[in-house]
Write a protein that binds this ligand. Sequence first.
Ligand SMILES: Nc1nc2c(c(=O)[nH]1)N[C@H]1C(S)=C(S)[C@@H](COP(=O)(O)O)O[C@H]1N2
Ligand SMILES: [Mo]
Length: 254
Amino acid sequence: MDEEIKKDKDAILKEADGLLKDPARRRLLGNVLTLGGLSLATGVALKNYGSVKEMLTRISYFNDGVQGAIFHPSSRAPVYTEADITNPFPFNAFYRMSQAPVVDPATYKLELSGKIADRRPWTLPMLQALPQTSQITRHICVEGWSAIGKWGGVRFSDFLKRVGADTTCKYVGFKCADGYYTSIDMPTALHDQTLLTLTFRDHVLPTWYGFPMKLRMPTKLGYKNPKHIMEIYVTNVFPGGYWEDQGYNWFGGS
Ligand SMILES: Nc1nc2c(c(=O)[nH]1)N[C@H]1C(S)=C(S)[C@@H](COP(=O)(O)O)O[C@H]1N2
Ligand SMILES: [Mo]
């Protein structure tokens, strides 16, 4: 880490520490005064104390350069136990729950494009036949809530290798059935906690949580975790995202 970035990191933590002196805020936030917890800290604290504008400023304060530099492929998000799972788990999207897109499993095909050697589409049974793993992690939404859930599916790095994705590219982009879109940096795509998930709490992903598929990254804020994925592409051309294009920080790490 170079000197300049190290200074930024210290300054950010110091400022957050100042903001969190109030014991009520501390209680709300628990153990979070690490860079890993800072997005949660700012999201929750600002929900209670500040405006949306302030929240966005604070999220953007973690500018992409600083985050990219402090994010190391080996940093891991905390994992939890079955007993910690939040029930019911919150729903969130840019529309109401009843408007979540209904995708037909019989005709569903995951499209691949961009810098990928084998761009043949994947059906759900093909995806289900790949080795599966599951993980209990905390999902953090910048709107001021967080919740612990269990998601299961295919390790995304395995999938990318299998289809011959060019992992020297900078970005992986996602297009969703509801018109949502987002994109992530390649190191996060290859992170071993990044999963292409097909289940929630050991059952087929419900419509509102993103059927047929949600990319789950515990190292990223909620809006970076696309639901209802229809297409995945690999590119060096910055793809942006639905909220990112409206001012949310692109890196969006938690
Ligand atoms: N396709 C799609 N994915 C999306 C969204 C969306 O509106 N559409 N919202 C994002 C946001 S802001 C959050 S917090 C999470 C919410 O996921 P959940 O409904 O499973 O809690 O989905 C993310 N992924
Ligand atoms: Mo969110």
